[in-house]
Design a protein around this ligand. Structure first.
Ligand SMILES: NC(=O)c1ccc[n+]([C@@H]2O[C@H](COP(=O)([O-])OP(=O)(O)OC[C@H]3O[C@@H](n4cnc5c(N)ncnc54)[C@H](OP(=O)(O)O)[C@@H]3O)[C@@H](O)[C@H]2O)c1
Length: 330
């Protein structure tokens, strides 16, 4: 490879928001034994990226400064480590970069561990692939591992509520849920109700109305499972809307969720709230890519931004009103 340096964007300390993103020219990383070097074609932002900059995950993350943010990428393999046998230069892939790694997706190149790198067929664009890792895997884990929904529709009928169904996680959760034997109620803002219906929701609630804020199903159904992708909704709002063994999977668990979770365990409560922490797996990422290829799962792209204007993408994600995924392209 002739090039030795690349454009990248990094921050040097906690705080500062979009203006603290510095444009730099630095050395292209070299893959270690089990890594591939990718020439990036697209990356997507997740709220965890700017929450790390804000210091919400300190003292553990970011692992070091300066930090090049973003974990979710799609690109082309240009070099492989000695221990990588299943990829070669020229392969198109989707990858989730290590949050503890040497560089993230706001760059022209990045190294990815082979275990969280999967092939991307020509039917799946770089932007569609880059949207998948954190948001898609979180939706998949919440529905399958946490809620026990079978995505081949072989399970019993489940009534599901998805909050913030218009967001990155919510839109994947909605579409994956509809692969199962489910009735899905979704909450979103008025402007996204048609989109959410088109992508499969059986009932949609505008979260800014009284019934929406109360999470009341228009048809009076109680929920067996809630995939909770919004924030700030107390247990007292969920509890009356749950079926007798209803379970809330909270993808942004704070102290109140943790307290309620442990309390529920001690008291053998039938209704539960369960915290979710993503444990990413390559086989699940490959499954999501396959669903996109087959037209069974869509990445809704909120907006696309060039790398040299990544601050705009960063600000848009912090604003909290994206519909689907915010994409950055080198
Ligand atoms: N535990 C984990 O491992 C894990 C993994 C992934 C994500 N997360 C967390 O999950 C959360 C969701 O992530 P995301 O990527 O989906 O966020 P996102 O894409 O930024 O979500 C934005 C969307 O949420 C909607 N929204 C906001 N508040 C709402 C409410 N009260 N009711 C209904 N809709 C609402 C907004 O609609 P409007 O524009 O109409 O307001 C917007 O469309 C974040 O807090 C993230 O940090 C956790």
């Amino acid at each position: 490879m002739a090039e030795t340096t690349m454009k990248a964007i990094q921050y040097l300390a906690y705080g500062g928001g979009p203006p603290a993103l510095n444009h730099v020219e630095i050395s292209i990383p070299t893959p270690t034994k089990h890594e591939v070097l990718l020439k990036l074609e697209a990356a997507s932002i997740n709220p965890v990226d700017w929450k790390m900059q804000k210091g919400e995950l300190r003292p553990f993350l970011p692992f070091h400064f300066p930090n090049i943010p973003l974990t979710d990428v799609a690109g082309e393999v240009v070099e492989t480590g000695a221990g990588v046998k299943n990829f070669k230069a020229g392969d198109k892939v989707v990858a989730m970069l290590s949050i503890f790694g040497r560089g993230g997706g706001l760059a022209e190149y990045a190294v990815a561990n082979k275990n969280l790198t999967v092939f991307r067929p020509p039917e799946v664009s770089a932007a569609e692939g880059a949207g998948l890792p954190i948001a898609g895997l979180t939706a998949h884990q919440a529905l399958t591992y946490s809620a026990g929904i079978k995505l081949d529709a072989s399970g019993p009928l489940a009534n599901i509520l998805i909050t913030a169904a218009s967001g990155g996680v919510g839109l994947y959760a909605l579409q994956l849920a509809k692969l199962g034997n489910t009735h899905v109620t979704a909450t979103c803002g008025a402007r996204n109700m048609d989109l959410v219906k088109t992508l499969g929701a059986d009932e949609v609630l505008d979260y800014k109305t009284a019934d929406g804020a109360a999470l009341k199903s228009p048809s009076g159904l109680k929920y067996d499972v809630v995939i909770h992708c919004a924030a700030g909704i107390p247990w007292s709002t969920f509890e009356p809307q749950l079926s007798s063994k209803g379970k809330v999977i909270d993808v942004t668990p704070g102290p109140a969720t943790m307290w309620r979770f442990f309390r529920g365990k001690i008291t053998f409560s039938r209704k539960q709230i369960v915290p979710l922490l993503l444990i990413p797996k390559g086989k699940n990422l490959a499954y999501l890519v396959k669903l996109v290829k087959e037209g069974k799962l869509k990445t809704v792209v909120d907006s696309r931004h060039p790398l040299n204007k990544a601050e705009d993408a960063w600000a848009k994600s912090i604003d909290g009103h994206a519909t689907g995924k915010i994409i950055v392209e080198p």
